[in-house]
Design a protein around this ligand. Structure first.
Ligand SMILES: [Zn+2]
Length: 274
């Protein structure tokens, strides 16, 4: 589940390492490759990618966009997708579905244990599912605009934060971290938040994500396939002491939709037993 901080750092590494290189050969590894690669041009994606030069790489929300004029290759890694930069001789990881051999001698590989992510080949970014409707980037939105957008949404604050059309790039893990920093219970209703709490939420969103980008950058290095998360305060820290007050971190939910929070620092919520 790469979110804004991980993808921002992956983008930085790839900008440094592969912008300006040419794709010399393309291997869509079956059967997974046929599932993850979606050619929206309805053409021959191997032929279209072979010989293309990567002219720019950008991140937008939880997507990475590779510009291969006149085409774009757009990655939505969802919960399990990741990229790897490797030397050609390096053994492939299990569940490698796409391999682009670059003129630099490196290979850019797409690995996805559950084949959940997607790589779209397109001429039009708006044709990529969930792309055109994305909200602003968290670092680009002003406090006033944040407050105005928030009024458009009802329901629990964690659910709103993770909606890409509200702000882009925040998923389950960083929503937990932001709400812990803001000292807001994840199941507080948006309509119950005071204006002071909304300011706290906005400031926590910016500071949490900025700090995370710096920590991921320090820990990831060039190993873009790893996902450093040990530094998180509450997410995946069930039962560990809250770094602020020492209360064991609470857990609600299961599998990939878990919510972690500190019931002392983040009071409230209407669910029984919390
Ligand atoms: Zn606490």
């Amino acid at each position: 589940m790469p979110e804004l901080p991980e993808l921002e750092v992956v983008k930085e590494v790839l900008q440094r390492r592969i912008v300006g290189t040419t794709i010399e050969s393309v291997e869509i590894v079956l059967p997974g490759g046929a599932i993850v690669v979606r050619d929206l041009t309805r053409g021959d994606s191997v032929a279209a990618l072979t010989g293309a030069t990567i002219s720019a790489i950008a991140r937008r929300g939880k997507f990475l966009v590779f510009a291969l004029p006149p085409l774009y290759l757009v990655l939505n890694p969802k919960l399990t997708g990741r990229l790897q930069l490797a030397a050609r001789a390096e053994k492939r990881m299990a569940k490698t579905h796409l391999v682009l051999a670059l003129s630099s001698g490196d290979e850019l590989r797409y690995v996805d244990q559950k084949t959940m992510g997607q790589l779209y080949l397109t001429r039009d970014l708006d044709a990529v599912p969930d792309f055109a409707g994305m909200g602003p980037e968290p670092f680009d939105i002003s406090l006033d605009a944040f407050c105005a957008r928030l009024k458009l949404y009802r329901g629990e604050i964690k659910g709103i934060l993770t909606r890409g059309e509200f702000v882009a790039g925040i998923g389950n893990a960083y929503a937990d971290e932001i709400l812990w920093n803001a000292r807001l219970h994840p199941y507080r209703k948006r309509t119950q938040l005071t204006s002071e709490e909304i300011v706290r939420l906005y400031e926590a969103m910016q500071s949490t994500l900025r700090d995370a980008v710096a920590k991921v950058r320090a820990e990831m290095g060039e190993q873009i396939h790893v996902k450093p998360r040990d530094f998180l305060a509450v997410h995946l820290k069930t039962g560990k002491p809250c770094p602020r007050c020492g209360t064991p971190i609470s857990l609600v939910g299961a599998n990939q939709r878990i919510t972690n929070f500190c019931r002392t620092c983040q009071p409230g919520g209407l669910i029984k037993g919390m």
